[in-house]
Design a binder for this molecule. Structure first.
Ligand SMILES: Nc1ncnc2c1ncn2[C@@H]1O[C@H](COP(=O)(O)OP(=O)(O)OP(=O)(O)O)[C@@H](O)[C@H]1O
Ligand SMILES: [Mg+2]
Length: 325
């Protein structure tokens, strides 16, 4: 069902990601490691989970993982036996988790390994282990995804001292659907519920408001077809639920940053602004402003084109209104 709220797991349910799927296939089979990027709700998990399932690979979601220990345990569970054996050995032989993790990779080295939400593991040790895995098991195929902060950024922009320097994964960036595609997605989704109809004006309005983000379109469709809400209610609920998700994402991003300044920048670029306007509005040092803008664009929260900054995702715009200083 297109409007199911769970990530899709099969090609038959995966709408309009053929190109990206083929590209993922091509890159992975040519022995490259690949990072699948994209803003919230563009369908990253659906693409990589489908790819793993269709290719007898391993999909691991690291949401909530505390460190490499959790990754090692998940990989061991996938490769069958031995989790208990290993835990016993760890106690008696004082084996380190980093060694267990390397071995766990070895057990599954012939399968495609997909690691989602990889930023959750902040341990720098992970990069070292990945390097070692890359060097030892030639041809091992790994796909990463998650949000751009943390490990994913260090994987993709390794500094010369990083263990992964010179081993940067290839990237695939998922874009929101075009207007046409979004409309077709909604219409196809509604066709699976013959008792619920959507009017042409309604399709237009939804696409206007939600802007090609397949996840938000799915929410809307689900609210209408499963929960039987009216068009207006479904749109409102999508904005409400969605902005809650984005608000917590933003609050997470703002932890350990200059929150007040970031919020001011976000409010200024919410409706689009040139660099000079932002600078005037905030009256701060250019370098500080540039750093803030760089962090916001690489986290894919803010868009930039030739010195013009704006926020594309309507739900993020809504969430920014709710950010408290
Ligand atoms: N290509 C697709 N075809 C049909 N439904 C999709 C597709 N991509 C995503 N969806 C739906 O959109 C919602 C969000 O998808 P998914 O979790 O894959 O996105 P994501 O980019 O990983 O989100 P997040 O940023 O929260 O990790 C889910 O309900 C999923 O079923
Ligand atoms: Mg995801």
């Amino acid at each position: 069902m297109l409007f199911s709220l769970r990530p899709k797991e099969s090609l038959k349910e995966l709408y309009n990601r053929n190109e990206e799927y083929k590209e993922l296939s091509r890159l992975t089979n040519s022995g490259l490691w690949v990072a699948v990027l994209g803003k919230r709700m563009t369908g990253k998990t659906s693409l990589i989970k489908t790819f793993a399932k269709e290719n007898n690979g391993i999909y691991i979601n690291l949401l909530g993982a505390k460190g490499i220990e959790d990754l090692a345990k998940s990989l061991l569970t996938e490769s069958g036996p031995k989790l208990e054996e290993v835990t016993v050995n760890l106690k008696f032989l004082q084996i380190k988790w980093s060694m267990v993790l390397e071995e766990a990779f070895q057990n599954v080295k012939d399968k495609i390994i997909v690691l989602d939400e990889v930023q959750e593991i902040s341990s720098p040790q992970l990069l070292k282990i990945l390097k070692s895995v890359w060097d030892k098991y030639s041809g091992i195929r790994v796909i990463f995804s998650g949000s751009y902060v943390g490990v994913l950024r260090r994987l993709l922009e390794p500094t010369p001292t990083s263990p992964l320097y010179g081993r940067k994964p290839a990237t695939i960036t998922l874009k929101p659907f075009s207007r046409e595609m979004s409309k077709n997605f909604l219409i196809s989704g509604f066709q699976e519920y013959p008792q619920t109809r959507i009017g042409e004006d309604e399709v237009e309005e939804v696409v206007e408001m939600l802007n090609g983000y397949v996840g938000w379109l799915t929410y809307y469709g689900n609210f209408r077809c499963e929960r039987k809400l009216s068009h207006k209610e479904a749109l409102e609920e999508t904005l409400k639920e969605g902005s809650k998700i984005m608000l917590s994402e933003l609050n997470n991003f703002l932890k350990n940053r200059k929150r007040e300044l970031y919020i001011k920048v976000l409010r200024t670029v919410r409706t689009g602004a040139r660099w000079s306007e932002i600078k005037r509005e905030l009256n701060i040092n250019s370098k500080v402003l540039n750093d803030i803008l760089k962090n916001l664009t690489s986290a894919m929260i803010v868009e930039e084109d030739e010195g013009y900054y704006w926020i594309e995702d309507p739900i993020t715009k809504e969430a920014i209104k709710k950010l408290r200083q």
